[in-house]
Design a protein. Structure first.
Length: 301
């Protein structure tokens, strides 16, 4: 009986023993930085002054939310980039996915080719597009002059509006394939019998889309939009290479501003507080988004 009990305890502890290296790694790489940065956000740790710590409570959070015009401006800049990017990525991804769903032969090859931009890292994409946006030797300006669209070389980073437009275009090119793949999977999960029954009832293409495709695709669309929303709040590499926040800070996102506070101004505690403000904002947006979806589903029911 004693041996049987030891064997039973051994079986209970074996999974934990096998998982312990991964758990230790997770604790070291993820848990410890989170706990330490949260502790740091309540301190006044400024490397430009010295290595000393000073407890200041919620002063860093109050400054970030109420007094830091630069950070609040970066929130507005991020919203200006997120809104058109999400809308256009959703519309283009849905349109391409619906076209691909009609393709019978060669769909895997076409889908793989269209998904290539999603496999490119944001830094590499930004480097390529920065060369294309070049004033004198950029491909876009030279192609525009050859086609007679423009008479003089155009600077894509000359004004805040044009700079944000340039960032949005790169974002759309880079991440529309992701939305396309998500929506294509959702479209393929819709039973074809529903469309056949609708055709038998005399429904046209628009009626089938509005009454069948869109309602059954709402959850997939919501998941795709939520993932992209969270991803766009972390927009950093593209801004770092493409515009470096310029001109005049007009393309500084919340993530880029946090980087500047921490690694340019050396206000490490304040940068940690900004990071948690961003996390709180993303969590709040996610909860509001989920609540709205539940309200719509309840009304529809």
């Amino acid at each position: 009986m004693r041996l049987a009990g030891l064997a039973m305890k051994r079986k209970q502890w074996e999974p934990l023993a096998f998982a312990s290296p991964a758990l230790v790694l997770i604790a070291f790489v993820i848990v410890f930085p989170l706990v330490y940065s949260f502790y740091l956000s309540f301190q006044n740790f400024d490397l430009s002054v010295g290595p000393d710590y000073e407890y200041v409570g919620g002063k860093n959070y109050a400054e970030a939310i109420f007094r830091d015009s630069r950070f609040l401006g970066s929130v507005w800049n991020t919203a200006l980039i997120i809104a058109p990017s999400l809308v256009l990525e959703l519309l283009l991804g849905l349109g391409i996915a619906m076209l691909l769903s009609r393709v019978i032969h060669g769909r895997p090859i076409i889908t793989a080719l269209l998904a290539i931009p999603a496999m490119v890292s944001p830094v590499m994409a930004a480097m390529a597009w920065r060369m294309m946006y070049g004033v004198k030797y950029g491909a876009i300006n030279n192609l525009g002059r050859q086609l007679g669209i423009i008479d003089v070389y155009f600077d894509w980073f000359s004004s805040p509006f044009v700079s944000i437009l340039a960032v949005v275009l790169v974002e759309i090119w880079l991440n529309t394939p992701f939305m396309m793949l998500v929506l294509l999977a959702g479209l393929q999960s819709i039973p074809t019998e529903l469309y056949e029954a609708a055709r038998a009832d005399g429904a046209n293409a628009w009626q089938r889309f509005w009454s069948i495709t869109l309602p059954l695709l709402k959850f997939t669309m919501a998941v795709g939009v939520m993932i992209r929303l969270i991803d766009l709040t972390k927009l950093f590499g593209l801004i770092f290479v493409l515009t470096f926040g310029g001109p005049g800070g007009s393309t500084e996102t919340v993530a880029f501003t946090t980087y500047l506070m921490g690694f340019k101004d050396f206000r490490m505690s304040y940068a940690a507080a900004l990071s948690y403000v961003i996390v709180g904002g993303v969590l709040l947006l996610t909860l509001v988004f989920i609540w709205l979806q539940r309200v719509r589903e309840a009304r529809a029911a």
